[in-house]
Design a protein around this ligand. Structure first.
Ligand code: FE2
Ligand code: FE2
Length: 181
C-alpha cells in the first residue's frame, strides 16, 4: 500500500479538522465492517478508503478545492455492500456473471446506493459524482467535478503497488478475485 497504515493513524490523531469531518463515518459500525473486507493485497477496504480520503483531503486543500467533499467522497468511494473478494460470502457470486456485471463495473453504483442508505446526511451532487465516477476510465463517463478527479487519481495512486505488476491489474479493476481469500 502506497500510504502506510501507521501514517494514517497518526494523521487521524493530529489533524482535528479532518477527524471532525470523517468521525461519524469511520466510527459507524457499518463502515467499521470494512476492516474485515479484503481489498488489494494485504489491505482492508477500510484502510484503502481511509488512505484515499486522507490524500484527497490534503490535495484538495492544497488546490483550494472543496476538501470536505473530497474527504467524504474518498471515504465512501468503495463503500459497496458485500465483501466481493470473499469466496465464502454466499451473497457474492462473481462466477458466471457477464463481463460488464463484474465487480469493477458495478461497485461504484453499489457504493453510491449504500452511501445514500447509511449516510444520507452527507450526500450531495458532488459526493455522489465522486463515488459514481471513481472507476473512470473503466466506467467510461468521466468525473464532473475537480474533487472527483482528485479522488479518482488518488485511488489509482494508493493502488500503485498493484500497478507494478500487470498480472495484478484484473484484481484492481475488479475483474478477478484474489487467490486464497
Ligand atoms: Fe473502487
Ligand atoms: Fe478504491
Amino acid at each position: 500500500m502506497a500510504w502506510k497504515k501507521n501514517k494514517l493513524e497518526l494523521f487521524l490523531r493530529l489533524d482535528s479538522e479532518y477527524y471532525e469531518i470523517v468521525k461519524p463515518i469511520i466510527e459507524n459500525p457499518e463502515f467499521i465492517k470494512r476492516k474485515e473486507y479484503v481489498h488489494h493485497e494485504s489491505c482492508s477496504v477500510f484502510d484503502h478508503c481511509l488512505a484515499v480520503s486522507v490524500l484527497s483531503y490534503l490535495w484538495s486543500k492544497k488546490l483550494g478545492l472543496d476538501y470536505k467533499s473530497a474527504a467524504i467522497g474518498g471515504l465512501l468511494h468503495d463503500f459497496y455492500d458485500k465483501p466481493w473478494q470473499s469466496k465464502d460470502h454466499k451473497a457474492v457470486k462473481e462466477k458466471g456473471k457477464m463481463f460488464w456485471q463484474k465487480h469493477g463495473f458495478v461497485h461504484a453504483r453499489e457504493a453510491v446506493n449504500n452511501a445514500y442508505l447509511y449516510f444520507p446526511e452527507f450526500m450531495n451532487n458532488k459526493i455522489d459524482n465522486i463515488i459514481r465516477r471513481h472507476m473512470f476510465p473503466l466506467n467510461v463517463v468521466p468525473p464532473k467535478y475537480s474533487e472527483a478527479w482528485v479522488v479518482t487519481m488518488v485511488d489509482k495512486y494508493v493502488s500503485m503497488d498493484v500497478f507494478k505488476s500487470p498480472r495484478e491489474w484484473p484484481k484492481y479493476l475488479g475483474l478477478s478475485r484474489k487467490k486464497n481469500v
